[in-house]
Design a protein around this ligand. Structure first.
Ligand code: MN
Length: 183
């Protein structure tokens, strides 16, 4: 089999209580496995494509036969995305970005606001604004916004902005966001 399902990089129960073991077992062992199985089936008669790294395969789907392109898109994408997803989680987490990435994130998403908006065409988009700028100033409709200024979290969370953001989801009023979303 050209593409194979790698074992999870940690025990299926290792992300408890945030992600439960049964979900991990089914998500990895059934869903991800199905993407791999279906990808291999779709590439059965395309030998040269079977030896590509998965990222190389899905980065250029023009190489894939017309008859199998949708199957390779769905299952190759599913294989690549899920492999990345398992690697991006770790028991206990690593809750603050570090090093150069942290600096870039701070520069790009520094103090200010994070938004879920509808743009002028009605499409949902995620964006951030500095200072007290609002997407409304650009003619967009705000569905929800989170204050990511230090004053919103410093007393309790100090520099642990990620902890503040994780906690904020627990108090977000999705009913209000849902109503705003329709407007
Ligand atoms: Mn999934």
């Amino acid at each position: 089999m050209p593409f194979t399902l790698a074992p999870l990089p940690y025990d299926s129960a290792a992300l408890e209580p945030h992600i439960d073991a049964q979900t991990m077992l089914i998500h990895h062992g059934k869903h991800h496995q199905a993407y791999v199985t279906n990808l291999n089936a779709a590439l059965e008669s395309q030998l040269t494509l079977q030896n590509l790294p998965i990222e190389g395969l899905i980065a250029d789907l023009t190489k894939v036969s017309d008859a199998t392109r949708t199957a390779v898109r769905n299952n190759g994408g599913g294989h690549y995305n899920h492999t990345l997803f398992w690697e991006l989680m770790t028991p206990g987490g690593a809750r603050e970005p570090a090093g150069a990435l942290a600096a870039e994130i701070d520069a790009g998403f520094g103090s200010g606001w994070a938004w879920l908006v509808r743009d002028k065409s009605g499409k949902l988009a995620i964006e951030s604004t500095p200072n007290q700028d609002s997407p409304v100033m650009d003619g967009k409709h705000v569905v929800l916004g989170c204050d990511v200024w230090e004053h919103a979290y410093y007393l309790k969370y100090q520099n642990r902005r990620a902890d503040y953001l994780a906690a904020w989801w627990n108090v977000l009023n999705w009913t209000v966001a849902g109503e705003r979303s329709k407007a």
